[in-house]
Design a protein around this ligand. Structure first.
Ligand code: ZN
Length: 324
């Protein structure tokens, strides 16, 4: 006896076949060659291949949670094919860790841990300098303080002993980015919602974004230091005293860095701590989500086809989506 389900299926299939037959007969072949709108064409573009590189973090972060959310955010864009590549665990031998960088358009790095073997470092530098894309998320700029090429890719970074010898700080003052050679090491105020100011409105990552928008409950990374060369500040934020550890300076939140032929998108946003429960506000914040998606596409291709979504926040309050 035919089950109700299969008879429903048969009925709907017949309707579909009838509908297809009608479309085929109603439209001569030349009528189907309509121009699709730009957004549709871009959505149909070849997917961008992403290596999400993770596997270690300091005691202040949790790569298991953060990398899972980053993967979801990238997949949600409908623009990326994401492979997660994990390093060996902290303290374990790096034997066998030899990623095939060149198989990917862009490496999204959510990693802050043990140094890599020299051949891996060399192949990574070769990959980025010859045109590979790189995205650094939050604590990834804490990694590898003793690796000059990595410092150049990040432009600035924090903690792990970075002091004046690591290079200057990078700030925004009086309408332009400046190098600050004074003293001070990385710090951040307690997590709070803060205002982000777009500084490079014409950069592909930022085109169409509001001049001022709110971001949710993050660590406002301050006084990062490094070579600070070949870098364009895309967006800044400022924390004012008496908030503890507030510098009162416009600190870089989003940066674009040129390393040889390679493009680097550096977001200092996206803190996920070991005690955070999913969903985490920092990475559910639409400003973080959208700039990560756009920055990853730009690092991979040099352009951004993704439209700015309607729920992008303005100066009022942060907007959250549920990623877990
Ligand atoms: Zn953090």
């Amino acid at each position: 006896m035919r089950s109700p389900l299969s008879s429903r299926w048969a009925r709907s299939t017949i309707y579909r076949l009838v509908a297809i037959a009608w479309i085929v007969t109603a439209h001569p072949p030349h009528a189907t060659a309509q121009q699709s709108p730009a957004s549709e064409r871009d959505a149909n573009a070849a997917p961008v291949s992403v290596m999400l590189l993770t596997g270690q973090s300091s005691i202040y972060h949790d790569w298991r949670k953060s990398s899972r959310i980053i993967e979801r955010i990238l997949e949600d864009a409908g623009r990326f094919e994401v492979d997660v590549v994990m390093t060996p665990s902290q303290g374990e031998p790096m034997t066998g860790f030899a990623p095939t960088w060149s198989a990917y358009d862009v490496v999204v790095m959510d990693y802050d841990g043990d140094d890599w073997p020299e051949p891996v470092r060399r192949s990574f530098v070769e990959y980025v300098s010859s045109g590979g894309g790189l995205v650094l998320v939050h604590a990834a700029d804490n990694a590898f303080p003793g690796w000059p090429e990595f410092q150049a890719m990040a432009a600035v970074g924090g903690w792990r002993g970075r002091d004046e010898t690591a290079g200057p700080m990078l700030r925004w003052r009086e309408g332009r980015q400046v190098i600050e050679t004074g003293s001070g090491t990385a710090q951040h105020p307690p997590q709070h919602d803060f205002r982000i100011e777009t500084r490079s409105l014409d950069h592909p990552v930022m085109q169409g974004l509001p001049a001022i928008w709110m971001h949710a409950n993050d660590e406002l990374y301050s006084q990062l230091r490094g070579p600070a060369r070949n870098v364009t500040i895309l967006a800044t934020a400022r924390a004012e005293p008496p908030l503890p550890n507030a510098t009162g300076e416009h600190e870089p939140m989003l940066m674009a860095i040129r390393f040889g032929e390679g493009r680097v998108f550096h977001t200092t946003l996206g803190h996920v701590g070991p005690r955070d429960e999913l969903p985490v506000a920092t990475m559910s914040s639409v400003g973080f989500i959208v700039t990560l998606q756009r920055g990853t596409e730009w690092a991979a291709t040099g352009r951004v086809a993704q439209p700015v979504p309607d729920d992008f926040p303005g100066p009022g309050s942060p907007v959250l989506r549920d990623f877990r």
